[in-house]
Write a protein that binds this ligand. Sequence first.
Ligand code: PRP
Length: 186
Amino acid sequence: MAHSDREVADVIQEVLLDEQAIAARVAELAERITADYAEIDDLVLVGVLKGAFIFMADLTRRLKVAHHVDFIALSSYNSGTESTGAVRLIMDTRTSVTGRNVLIVEDILDTGHTLDYLLRTFSARQPRSLRTCVLLSKPARLQVKVPVDYLGFEIPDKWVVGYGLDFADKYRTLPFIGALKPEVYQ
Ligand code: PRP
């Protein structure tokens, strides 16, 4: 859904990362992943819906190594704006990851519970290798230590939207990543 300039001005406090900054960083991540998986012929990127859909689309198109794409859909149980740490699997990958080289693609690391759940779930399926690629990390919010192999940006503890990230399922398609005005979510 498109958003009018007026609506954006009403809810966005500041743009943290504009389109150019995101595109440049995604290109760098894709270059590193391409180099690291140059000798690998069964790389599977697993995008975590919904938030990662735009990041995944841009990253996958910049990779210069053969790979498959798959998706998993999760939801965290929230009480208001706070994660309770419990994660629910809504849709699993379509293909098996056993024996394959898996790269989990996430939009944001907040408390870490989602990525922790994913790593435990995928490890149990015995992939050949398992790594993580996360666009944004909020170090101030982290509760569970999880390994991130490819990280886009560290950001301050603000509610961010755009480039796949939402507030109440809104603002996902903004081309930039912006901080919401606190009065929007408080
Ligand atoms: C968001 C985000 C991550 C997760 C990170 O998903 O996309 O998957 O939260 O939070 P955590 O580190 O505290 O676990 P959300 O549950 O909002 O679903 P969505 O991606 O469908 O918007």
